[in-house]
Design a protein around this ligand. Structure first.
Ligand SMILES: Cc1cc2nc3c(=O)[nH]c(=O)nc-3n(C[C@H](O)[C@H](O)[C@H](O)COP(=O)(O)OP(=O)(O)OC[C@H]3O[C@@H](n4cnc5c(N)ncnc54)[C@H](O)[C@@H]3O)c2cc1C
Length: 560
């Protein structure tokens, strides 16, 4: 064992850094570990903002925030967890402000809040359209101020199980090469999403679901894995995100006939309906021949140059750089792209998993506050509020327990397995399997899902997993061996894809992100107001169901 700590946080995005700060302030010796530099985490790419019922732009309340979130989740979110998020959000945002987050302001100097999809009030606090960038820098300053040690550019690969609890991690040191084991009384997974399962995604290259798969491998269940959110406005062909903030500021969506087609799908909320509703509407327009080269158009022109430059300058730059379009003068071509995993590591409202000492927070976790469809602005809030809670609980547990041990056999097993992979000289390079996985997931497990396509995807994933057994890593070196880490990431992605397809086939209804237009076009509360829970036994995903926690909101038909 190279080092040990009370609490080890794997992942240094918003969730990981917020957890580490809380654990430190609770008195624990805490360390962060991240495969990339903390401020390069995908959280830094968040644009539109963070939701809290501050009531600065209207008469808002946590209660109303909670109702919007429950409805947005298509009644699959756990209502107790949603209530906690919405109640704690305002103080958690003020805390960020006190730490130095420069939010955009109202005329009278309070934090400005913009309208966002499916929110009854303007609730989304923002720093222009670079909110995530501002938050990761503020959190990183707080990490530095506390001298929290960070294992930067360490790739976590295996969780250490000893004495029936999680006691650390085995990681690959990217800069120097070699496996390092780091012991900890409690481990918090904060490794983010898995958008890289899809060829068209807003997610960074690092979003490969590592923590979800690591948890799965030590027997923890994954929850609601079929629920992958498609964001309605991503740029072709890169998948770069065009923020919902554009529609919050008043942008329109048009089809090839210059028609604001949402009036036929969401006549009241129009462009501010929920993401699942808009993505399905766009895909229908495109499939029925009213698209523009596989896209629809996002029109900002009527907002005027001043407003675009002040509040959406990042969006303008992205469209000019990646699509050659200046939104002051032309509409932006957009289409649905894989964006956010509502599913993830099954965790409770303190981030605890079923394995003692193992926690999860942020996008890699499923608490679940987003259910079948997340509202824009709620993910950043979840990273902060549930990052904080996991940090607190993990610290308290660690401070009341004493021992940490990484068994020698765990280290030697890991070293042997890695050597075997590195010494293989013949086989297939990882990238071709990875490409095929991402392309077929997009085709067969995208905005719309069809039984035969999902079955076919199950077979494809099985074949890809077989091919993965013979994957070969060309680079045998020690320094920044991304060939090796990409091979390990591919192993994670394949296991997650398997869980997603199994859950998707079993959910015989349409709810939120899981839309089955041909065979089960409606929501079926009687049979499926339940979470899918998947574990791996004998190398195969095993599915169970768990009731949704309801407190006071009865399911209603969902219209926008
Ligand atoms: C383009 C974009 C825009 C978005 N905009 C918004 C928005 O405006 N509002 C909103 O609410 N949500 C938004 N979201 C969603 C939200 O930003 C994310 O869900 C959230 O930031 C995830 O934070 P996280 O801390 O869980 O993970 P991340 O920020 O993704 O961080 C993951 C961390 O885990 C580390 N890691 C991963 N695997 C390993 C490993 N094997 N070993 C070591 N370290 C590892 C990474 O290095 C990284 O530090 C957006 C998402 C995207 C992609």
């Amino acid at each position: 064992m190279e080092a040990k700590h009370d609490v080890l946080v794997i992942g240094a995005g918003c969730a990981g850094m917020r957890a580490a700060i809380e654990a430190h302030d609770a008195g624990a010796d805490v360390a962060l570990l991240s495969k990339i530099h903390p401020v390069r985490s995908h959280s830094g790419a968040a644009e539109g903002g963070i939701n809290a019922a501050l009531g600065n732009a209207s008469d808002d309340s946590p209660e109303e925030h909670a109702f919007d979130t429950v409805k947005g989740s298509d009644y699959l979110g756990d209502q107790d967890a949603i209530q906690i998020l919405c109640d704690e959000a305002p103080d958690d945002v003020y805390q960020l402000e006190n730490w130095g987050a420069v939010f955009s302001r109202t005329e009278d100097g309070r934090i400005a809040q913009r309208p966002f999809g499916a929110a009854g009030e303007p609730r989304t606090a923002y720093a222009a359209d670079i909110t995530g960038h501002v938050l990761v820098h503020v959190l990183y300053e707080q990490v530095m101020k506390r001298d929290i040690p960070t294992y930067e550019e360490y790739f976590a690969w295996r969780l250490v199980m000893n004495d029936d609890r999680c006691q650390g991690v085995i990681a690959w040191d990217l800069l120097h090469g070699g496996l390092k084991s780091i012991g900890a009384k409690t481990v918090i997974l904060a490794t983010g999403g898995a958008g890289r399962l899809y060829v068209g995604t807003t997610n960074a290259y690092a979003c490969t679901g590592d923590g979800m798969a690591m948890a799965l491998r030590v027997g923890v269940a994954l929850k609601d894995m079929e629920m992958m959110q498609f964001h309605p406005t991503t740029l072709a062909p890169t998948g770069v995100l065009i923020t919902e903030g554009c529609r919050g500021e008043g942008a329109y969506l048009l089809n090839s006939e210059n028609d604001r087609f949402l009036k036929r799908y969401a006549p009241n909320a129009m462009e501010l309906a929920s993401r699942d509703v808009i993505s399905r509407a766009e895909q229908t327009e495109i499939d029925e021949g009213r698209g523009v080269e596989g896209n629809v158009l996002l029109d900002l022109r009527h907002l005027g140059a001043d407003r675009i430059l002040e509040r959406l300058h990042g969006t303008r730059e992205l469209s000019m750089t990646f699509a050659g379009v200046d939104p002051i003068y032309e509409p932006i071509p957009v289409r649905p792209g894989a964006h956010y995993h509502m599913g993830g590591v099954d965790a409770d409202v303190w981030g605890q998993t079923s394995v003692t000492g193992l926690y999860a927070a942020g996008e890699c976790a499923c608490v679940s506050v987003h259910g079948a469809n997340r509202l824009g602005g709620n993910a950043l809030m979840e990273t902060i509020t549930f990052g904080k809670r996991a940090g607190r609980h993990a610290a308290d547990w660690a401070l009341s327990h004493t021992t940490v041990e990484v068994p020698r056999s765990t280290e030697t097993d890991a070293a042997r397995d890695l050597k075997q992979l590195l010494e293989r000289t013949e086989g297939e390079r990882p990238w071709s399997i990875r490409d095929e996985l991402a392309t077929t997931m997009h085709e067969n497990f995208g905005v719309f899902r069809r039984e035969e396509q999902m079955q076919e995807q199950g077979e494809i994933v099985a074949r890809l997993r077989e091919r993965y057994e013979r994957v070969v890593v060309d680079d045998k070196g020690d320094v920044f061996n991304s060939d090796l880490t990409q091979a390990l990431e591919l192993g994670f992605l394949l296991e997650l894809a398997d869980c997603m397809v199994v859950s998707g086939i079993a959910r015989k209804e349409s709810r939120g992100a899981h839309a089955r237009p041909d065979d089960f076009p409606s929501r079926d509360d009687e049979h499926y107001m339940k979470h899918t829970i998947v574990r791996v036994e004998d190398d195969r995903p095993q599915l169970e169901w768990r009731d949704v926690t309801m407190t006071k909101w009865q399911p209603q038909e969902r219209k926008y």
